[in-house]
Design a protein around this ligand. Structure first.
Ligand SMILES: [Fe+2]
Ligand SMILES: [Fe+2]
Length: 298
């Protein structure tokens, strides 16, 4: 089975990002994978997101999407105070947008294809905002710092118990609680496939990286360690596909091959689209009965 993956299309960030997507879709069509995965961060605007998903309309592949932090932002404090929050996007608007464009909303609908179970979640992080920010945060990767500050403002996981009339704003739940909630649900979805004799192995798609080993050198880990522990504890989990950090990565941690292949911000990137596309798409092969990693029973 051939799985092609990308992430972080960020079509709202620059015209270059917007215009790259049809080129990317052309290449995916030529590669013709069995499964095509987009691991989050297309745009906070649902219309933009649908534009990007629609670019892949002509693929024969099974198409899977999970949202990134920027996809769940609610970009208006007025809307937030009216009770519109990231849960609403995560559980209602984004799944609807996926279904309209023939993408499986993987965080809502774990899927089995050819004996491989696919599960997904945004992931989230359990660090306090702004913690462990190291002075060596290079300019190139400053977006990670911006992301923390923007999440504080625009990601709004509301505590519904505080959404009472007359209150100016809903109270946001702490990131650690949000991460735990999503981790728990993902663990349950993996467990269901772990017990399913028809599922040979499991591929987990998250936006945030599951392992600290996927961080950029010298940078703090911007994920949840609990997520990595969950992946490593399930013997059938063989592959993790993630996004968020705008650099490619391919590493084996705790018996899991953890990969990402993002587009990132292309504002200052002037190469031809045909050249750029080669760096934003990767293919992983799963071969039945083969175990290239030599995993030990966990
Ligand atoms: Fe991103
Ligand atoms: Fe992100």
């Amino acid at each position: 089975m051939r799985i092609a993956y990308t992430s972080d299309l960020h079509v709202d960030i620059s015209q270059r990002n917007w215009e790259l997507v049809p080129y990317l879709a052309e290449v995916v069509k030529i590669v013709d994978p069995d499964v095509f995965v987009v691991a989050g961060d297309i745009s906070p605007e649902i219309g933009d997101l649908e534009y990007a998903l629609d670019c892949f309309a002509n693929l024969r592949s099974l198409k899977l999407f999970i949202p990134g932090n920027q996809d769940v932002w609610v970009l208006s404090e007025d809307m937030q105070s009216l009770g519109h929050d990231s849960y609403e996007k995560y559980y209602f608007y984004l799944p609807e947008a996926c279904r309209r464009n023939n993408f499986v909303p993987l965080w809502m609908e774990p899927t089995v294809y050819g004996g491989v179970g696919f599960v997904g979640s945004i992931g989230w992080y359990d660090l306090g905002p702004g913690t462990e920010v190291v002075p060596s945060f290079s300019r190139e990767h400053h977006y990670l710092l911006d992301s923390i500050w923007n999440d504080m403002r625009w990601a709004c996981w509301a505590d519904i118990s505080t959404m009472v009339e007359g209150r100016p704003k809903p109270v946001k739940r702490p990131d650690s609680e949000v991460a735990r909630e999503f981790n728990l649900r993902l663990d349950q979805d993996i467990e269901a496939f772990a017990l399913d004799a028809g599922v040979r192995e499991i591929v987990v798609v998250t936006h945030y990286p599951p392992f600290p080993e996927m961080s950029l050198e010298g940078m703090p880990f911007c994920g949840s360690r609990e997520l990595g522990d969950i992946l490593s504890s399930h013997r059938k989990v063989t592959v993790s596909i993630s996004g968020h950090i705008h650099s490619r990565h391919d590493v084996v941690v705790g018996g899991v091959r953890a990969v990402r292949c993002p587009v990132g911000y292309l504002r200052r990137e002037h190469r031809r689209y045909q050249e750029l596309v080669k760096e934003c798409l990767e293919v992983i092969h799963l071969i039945e009965g083969e175990d290239f990693l030599g995993r030990h029973p966990r």
